[in-house]
Design a protein around this ligand. Structure first.
Ligand code: NAI
Length: 297
């Protein structure tokens, strides 16, 4: 059992991309020491610098005291190898959305961390049960699914796999509250809540586009202005990244035994193949060069 309320809690964060940075920032602000590890050399250092600058800008806007920003930055410790995660009380992974790669990571982590360490996955769509099945002790593995951008999206799905021990779900709920987020429990089913309902929203919008009913910008506009969504489906795809969204859609589709309503779209796959990943690459459905997303003439 892990005491996630402890003032000496140390959290390992594996995969310091978009999501990992957000989770690390929250944890550091909540007084938790965070060890940052990424397979790409320099990525953990870059993540620390990027979070530090985010904290500085919060301090400049008066949303955080300069002392709190400095203290949070001091809690971020980039580490050069997985072995340096020994001694962590909780490890959260936010690496690539690939079942085999996540299973291999957790198998290696079991040989590094202590017997009481909780292992959590930020997977969007993979089965927590399947990730845990590679572990000697699947009971300590749980799902901890945040949303992008993590500091602003104050809700997190907590998922117990078929063999997750009850203390893990309880600990993740308590940890979410410590991070200032609202935990929502979801069963370990394809896509949990958001990628079950939300991917349907995305795939249906892609179908409307494929059928030539309207342009992607008009579909976004109507769903925003008439249906009350904060973002249209194509704006959301660009924000999440097509490289993240398409595999999630494929995974949910396969896990529901190819249920037609979840069928992914060739329109999305084609853009992905072309390297049009969304905000991160400067162009997805919208162009993101030079500020506000806009439609290329
Ligand atoms: P990202 O591509 O921004 O970051 C992934 C990071 O993991 C990269 O820095 C990469 O170098 C590193 N990495 C890859 N394999 C690794 C390994 N074996 N060991 C250590 N580091 C490794 O991806 P992003 O968007 O942060 O997504 C990460 C995870 O979070 C995925 O499972 C994704 O499905 C999930 N997720 C993503 C959301 C989004 O909106 N982007 C929302 C919720 C969950």
């Amino acid at each position: 059992m892990v005491d996630v309320q402890s003032s000496t809690l140390t959290l390992g964060l594996v995969g310091t991309g978009v999501m990992g940075r957000g989770i690390a920032q929250l944890a550091a602000q909540a007084g938790i020491t965070v060890r940052l590890f990424d397979a790409r050399p320099q990525a953990a250092d870059e993540a620390r610098a990027s979070i530090a600058s985010m904290l500085d800008s919060l301090a400049a806007k008066g949303r955080l005291s300069p002392e709190a920003a400095l203290a949070a930055t001091a809690r971020l410790e980039p580490v050069p190898q997985e072995l340096s995660l020994a001694g962590c009380h909780v490890v959260v992974e936010a690496i690539v959305e690939d079942l085999r790669v996540k299973q291999e990571l957790f198998t290696r982590l079991e040989g590094i961390v202590g017997p009481d360490c909780l292992l959590a996955t930020n997977t969007s769509s993979l089965s927590v049960t399947a990730i845990a099945s590679a572990c000697e002790r699947p009971g300590r593995v749980g799902g901890f699914h945040f949303f992008n951008p993590v500091p602003l999206m104050k809700v997190v799905e907590v998922i117990e796999g078929a063999r997750t021990e009850p203390w893990v779900g309880e600990a993740l709920v308590t940890l979410a509250l410590r991070l200032g987020h609202r935990p929502v429990r979801a069963a370990d089913t394809p896509g949990f809540i958001v990628n079950h309902a939300g991917r349907g929203f995305g795939t249906e919008a892609l179908r409307i586009l494929q059928e030539g009913v309207a342009s992607f910008a008009d579909i976004d506009r109507v769903l925003r202005e008439a249906a009350g969504f904060r973002m249209g489906p194509f704006e959301l795809l660009d924000l999440t990244g097509l490289d993240v969204s398409h595999p999630v859609m494929e995974s949910v589709y396969e896990q529901f035994y190819q249920e037609p309503r979840f069928r992914p779209s060739y329109v999305l796959r084609q853009r992905l193949t072309a390297g049009l990943l969304g905000r991160k690459s400067g162009q997805g459905f919208y162009s993101h060069e030079g500020g506000k997303p806009h439609v290329e003439p």
